[in-house]
Ligand binder design. Sequence first.
Ligand code: ZN
Length: 77
Amino acid sequence: MRKAMIIPQNEQLSITISVGEEFKSIVWKAQFDMDFNTECLFCYSDQITGYRVEDEFGKAGKVAVCPHCEKVNAIYA
Ligand SMILES: [Zn+2]
């Protein structure tokens, strides 16, 4: 008898993009999601922008990016 292999899917955690990475809007097929009134972790900016993205393995997630220094500030659900 064959056993089915069950691999838990966790879309948010499986994305390979990480905080501090440079924003690659074209590669990640970024689509605007929402604005956040949150200070950037890396510069003076007091607003960051959320995008729905796909990493290079086709895994989807959402990232918040600073419009000034273009670094990923957060991965969110
Ligand atoms: Zn910044």
